[in-house]
Design a protein. Structure first.
Length: 239
């Protein structure tokens, strides 16, 4: 007789946070610091993030042809997609970049304006602001949900006021990244300055994201452990 299946335990916020931290690409390097290159996907991740936008802007500025610029951006994203498929990576991972560039191209092609290539990015930042701000208000700061598992704290930091405060500050730094992007880029959009908008989008993309992660990591670092009065020095806490 078949044994009845045990009821599945619904996932908890902690387990979901652990799964997200594991899939975020954020990890420590051999010195115990945050590995920024791994967080942005390495050299290829940088290229996948920057090259389609760079090609779109360069081709449009030089040739003033929107269709050619959009085709160039899609072609670059397609090359990276094929590269991932050849290496037998997951279909979702392979096509995510191409889909993102395709959505941007669709917005721009629909309106016939090069500026609208950047509109989806505005909405991504708005959603990110809502998510990060919501995590702060709920006192489950996103910095803690990711860094806590990387540091081996799991969610125990929530019961320690100083650690919770540190992760709240780190999350405010991440939130400031998304707010700053909109504060700088939206006025350029309404000023119809596609060159300035394209350049700031590139500079405030992966490079600024990496800086925000590093600052949040440093700010939320555990305090040094004081040496024992009767024993040898215990050193400092992990970064």
């Amino acid at each position: 007789m078949n044994q009845p299946e045990e009821p599945k335990t619904p996932p908890t916020l902690a387990s979901m946070a652990q799964a997200y931290a594991a899939s975020s690409g954020i990890a420590r390097n051999e010195r115990g610091h945050i590995d920024l290159m791994k967080a942005v996907g390495g050299i290829r991740g940088l290229a996948e993030s920057l090259l389609p936008g760079f090609v779109f802007l360069a081709v449009f500025v030089i040739g003033r042809s929107l269709s050619v610029a959009l085709a160039g951006a899609i072609a670059v994203a397609a090359v990276f997609t094929l590269w991932r498929l050849v290496q037998r990576q997951s279909v979702l991972q392979a096509f995510s970049g191409l889909v993102g560039v395709g959505i941007c191209a669709w917005f721009s092609d629909t309106t016939g304006r090069a500026l609208d290539y950047y509109v989806p990015g505005f909405w991504i930042n708005v959603v990110s602001i809502v998510v990060v701000l919501g995590s702060i208000l709920a006192r489950w700061p996103v910095a803690g949900l990711v860094f806590g598992f990387i540091r081996g704290e799991n969610v125990e930091w929530r019961s320690r006021p100083l650690r919770l405060r540190a992760y709240l500050i780190g999350s405010w730094i991440i939130l400031a990244l998304f707010v700053l992007r909109l504060a700088v880029q939206v006025p350029l959009y309404f000023a119809d300055n596609v060159v300035a908008l394209g350049i700031t989008r590139l500079l405030m993309g992966v490079p600024l994201y990496a800086l925000a992660l590093w600052l949040a990591w440093v700010i939320s670092r555990p305090a040094a452990v004081a040496p024992s009065a009767t024993g040898p020095s215990s050193g400092t806490a992990a970064p």
